[in-house]
Design a binder for this molecule. Structure first.
Ligand code: ZN
Length: 216
């Protein structure tokens, strides 16, 4: 009891980003505890709602979205993020929060590090699709708006970097894309790219819905 009490007092003094019991704030730096907090978004909807309120996203609830085969009980339309989007997208709460973490803590810093540029625009191929995993009987993460497919990144200097065209580049653009995929695994439970299979030759699949994580 005493030890438990001391432990609790100890957690209270940790910075929020290291405290597993503190809410997740999108602006907080990534720490070894962040993945634990991101996983909790999936199992605790009140925790996720609180985290979503800290995200610099413009969202509207979409209670009308979904279908009988693929119901979406609690999704939002992400209308705008910090980095402009090619179009709005439907997202489960965990996907919306993770996307916000990803654009500020992974995408933007890596673009600066590898290319010396800010990202001006993110192009995606969609998030919600009522379908199974290709060639399988299991529902895709897209059937629950738990994943987004990212195909290209436009930079402030006018360059556009495409997963399809630049993934294998020898230079900095290829290195940037491969680092982006690898580091995205720190945020999303599922991060698939061209190295995974032919279906992903032109995009990154970033998801929060799978029972098991995969980073390929
Ligand atoms: Zn996908």
């Amino acid at each position: 009891m005493l030890i438990a009490g001391l432990g609790w007092i100890g957690w209270q003094h940790l910075p929020r980003e290291y405290n597993p019991f503190a809410p997740l704030h999108v602006a907080d730096p990534l720490t070894p505890m962040t993945q634990f907090k991101l996983r909790r978004l999936r199992s605790d909807s009140a925790y996720c709602t609180t985290a979503l309120q800290t995200a610099p996203l413009r969202t509207v609830p979409r209670p009308d979205a979904g279908s009988a085969a693929c119901p979406l009980p609690d999704v939002v339309q992400v209308q705008a993020a910090v980095i402009p989007l090619s179009s709005s997208f439907l997202a489960s709460c965990p996907l919306a929060v993770s996307y916000a973490m990803w654009e500020s803590h992974v995408l933007q810093p890596l673009a600066q590090q590898y290319l010396g540029q800010s990202v001006r625009r993110v192009t995606h191929l969609g998030s919600y699709a009522c379908r199974n995993v290709r060639g399988g009987t299991r529902q895709s993460e897209h059937a629950s708006a738990n994943a987004i497919d990212i195909s290209a990144i436009a930079l402030n200097d006018g360059r556009s970097i495409s997963v399809e065209k630049n993934w294998k580049d020898d230079g900095t653009t290829g290195a940037f894309l491969r680092a982006l995929h690898k580091r995205s695994c720190d945020i999303f439970t599922m991060a698939l790219g061209p190295a995974y299979d032919a279906a992903h030759h032109n995009h990154f699949h970033f998801g929060m819905g799978g029972r098991f994580g995969l980073c390929r």
